[in-house]
Design a protein around this ligand. Sequence first.
Ligand SMILES: C[S@@+](CC[C@H](N)C(=O)[O-])C[C@H]1O[C@@H](n2cnc3c(N)ncnc32)[C@H](O)[C@@H]1O
Length: 263
Amino acid sequence: MVSDWAAVVAGPEAPFQRIARYYDAIYAARGRDPFGEIALLFPAWAADGLDVETRRILDAGCGTGIHLDALGQHGVVEGLDRSRDMLAYARARHPDRPLHLGDFTGFRLESRFNVICCLFGSIGYLPDRTALRRAFSCLGDHLAAGGVLLVEPPVVADALEPPRPQRIETVLEGRPLIRDGSARAVGQSLEIEFTWRHLAGPTEPECTVLERHRMLLLPSDCWLEDMKDALPEGTRLSFESAGPRGRGLFKAVVSPVGGPGTG
Ligand SMILES: C[S@@+](CC[C@H](N)C(=O)[O-])C[C@H]1O[C@@H](n2cnc3c(N)ncnc32)[C@H](O)[C@@H]1O
């Protein structure tokens, strides 16, 4: 582990800047199933009385757009991310979907959404709980009356298992792609370091990228407390420890009347 973590998260778009081109390949190798993940979320909006043409869905922290097609089976989908590089991949694959550059803590879109998903720990990159509350407030402002916000945390502190080194290998563009990862808990943060190696080919040099992530590591009570503080009165909150990938899922359902999207 490198000790200079100040340098890690420098820049508003870190840490995904340099690895966007590897992201989908490495998670496909790890067996990610975006359609299966969305199918597990479906009960959260199944009874909202809307259909695929009337339900508006925002994938907040959409990254490379891995869930956009699966979400598109349930509604009219838009995406938002703060990383230009990740969005470039999403836009290339989904030229017809509105994909916005923006930060959870201060974005402003015209639409109000019946479903907002924030998946795969995307919310965890905020620096502290003040920013987390700001993000929940901003996400809440974009919910239509009766809408649901689904937040998959990176991991909740009460369920953290001792981190262990991890290697994933696959082949990209005919050359081995290898990601070695290690993690450690430091106070209210989870620090993860990945070394990506795309090995040399007949004409291509080896490419190595060191990537570091620092994510919020909070007990589920703190997440719920911050959601309660930031979201409108009358919002129903819950946490289920399984979630789409075993890391939990927070659910907030705003009131069908007098909610933020009614004005
Ligand atoms: C681990 S990726 C998840 C991407 C996608 N949701 C998935 O399931 O693969 C996290 C994404 O969240 C984005 N992100 C992190 N913090 C953000 C913020 N404050 N505002 C908007 N996007 C953010 C990153 O740029 C990155 O694309």
